[in-house]
Design a protein around this ligand. Structure first.
Ligand code: IMP
Length: 378
């Protein structure tokens, strides 16, 4: 079976978690491939909210094995916290349904401190130690999960200190540690269906994003390959997640940012508060130039539009394309109960069709509410 990869097309917070949850209904495996606890994926099932930072969003499906791939930066303490949070909900992570790559790099406390001292203010990082951990990885003096358990020949400097720092977590961690590269490829050979879960978004990509105001990984389809060890030819579809407007947390350029009552409207109706940091997200009109670039560098084959319902009640809706604004008439109806595209107000349909026209790829799904079921499938 093939692999489908799901990626964010803005600066993160597009609502990816709910689409991973949707795809995982049929998936055997959901794997993250980059980033770490800087992500915040919010899932709502039967009115109950689950926020995940480290564990993949497939965890709410009992049929799914969740994998943290080699490209992830791994926080043992955040992982342990989620293991116990999920257990309280009756979801038990075991070595059968959860695997952590032996090659994933570990976030140590001193690297969190480094992040908080430096880039946290300058770039507005999440302060989770992401940048310093990737820095050590590429400087080739990082600590991998497998190093903690003597799985590799070479003993890195600082391994004793790392083991000491994480001594309380080693017992919990060890059963989950796995050669995920072999596991994933073997699973594909055996006909299983794998979904790749991107964190952050194309605008935060360290190569293609708004450098230096970006994250330290590649949250793109290309990053999926390096971050899992699955070759590009295995990928069938790339799902690009696009919010019906644009938001950003942290510093950096934001051409369509608003500071008027529309910004307040979007922030309030959209609940635009960072799931990881609690910071208010900056809000603005849909930036299709940013989105087009994301489609290009990811080879997006299927669009997923999110939060269309948030726009209900605006008289006029704008999108930014080729450096200019184009206006559309709004709609006033509550659309959260709509499940057929043709039942949306005519103006909402027009808005969606126009965006698709610019992007050149149809939306496979349009979400109209936070609840798992609030999705129009086309
Ligand atoms: P870092 O990933 O913590 O190093 O933060 C770098 C930049 O990416 C900051 O502007 C963060 O606000 C942003 N960022 C990181 N992860 C996410 C995310 O999951 N959603 C939205 N923004 C994020």
């Amino acid at each position: 079976m093939p692999v489908d990869v799901l990626v964010g097309c803005h600066w993160g917070d597009e609502g990816k978690g709910r689409y991973v949850d949707l795809l995982s209904e049929r998936a055997n495996i959901v794997t993250r491939f980059q980033g770490g606890p800087n992500a915040g994926h919010t899932l709502v099932v039967d009115g109950e909210q689950t926020i995940l930072h480290m564990v993949p969003s497939g965890v709410l499906r009992p049929n799914v094995t969740n994998v943290l791939g080699n490209g992830v930066v791994f926080s043992p303490s955040q992982f342990a916290e989620e293991v116990s949070m999920l257990a309280k909900k009756g979801i038990y992570l075991t070595p059968n349904n959860m695997k952590v790559s032996d090659r994933a790099h570990i976030i140590l406390q001193s690297w969190i401190d480094e992040d908080l001292k430096g880039s946290h203010e300058k770039i507005g990082t999440t302060g989770k130690g992401i940048g310093p951990t990737y820095l050590h990885k590429f400087r080739r003096d990082g600590i991998r999960v497998g190093d903690l358990f003597g799985r590799f020949e070479n003993k890195p400097d600082g391994i004793s200190k790392a083991r000491e720092e994480l001594s309380g977590l080693l017992k919990l961690l060890e059963p989950f540690v796995c050669d995920t590269v072999s596991y994933l490829n073997r699973s594909l050979d055996a006909g299983l269906y794998v979904v790749g879960e991107g964190a952050q978004g194309a605008g935060l990509d360290v190569d293609h994003g708004t450098y230096p105001n970006c994250t330290s990984s590649s949250p793109t389809a290309g990053g999926f390959c390096t971050g899992t060890g699955i070759g590009p030819k295995r990928i069938r579809d790339v799902y690009g997640v696009v919010k019906a407007y644009t938001t950003r947390v942290g510093e950096g350029t934001f051409p369509t940012e608003l500071s008027d009552e529309v910004a307040t409207f979007l922030a309030t109706r959209g609940g635009e508060v960072g799931a990881t940091t609690g910071r208010d997200r900056r809000c603005g009109w849909l930036d299709l130039d940013l989105t087009r670039k994301a489609y290009m560098i990811n080879s997006v084959t299927k669009g997923c539009l999110t939060k269309l319902d948030v726009l209900s009640g605006l008289n006029e809706i704008k999108v930014f394309v080729h450096g200019n604004y184009v206006s559309f008439p709004g709609w006033s109806e509550d659309i959260t109960g709509v499940r057929e595209f043709g039942d949306l107000p005519e103006n909402a349909q027009e808005y969606v069709r126009n965006i698709e026209g610019v992007l050149g790829v149809p939306f496979a799904y349009v979400s109209v509410g936070a609840e798992r079921s609030a999705i129009i499938s086309r």
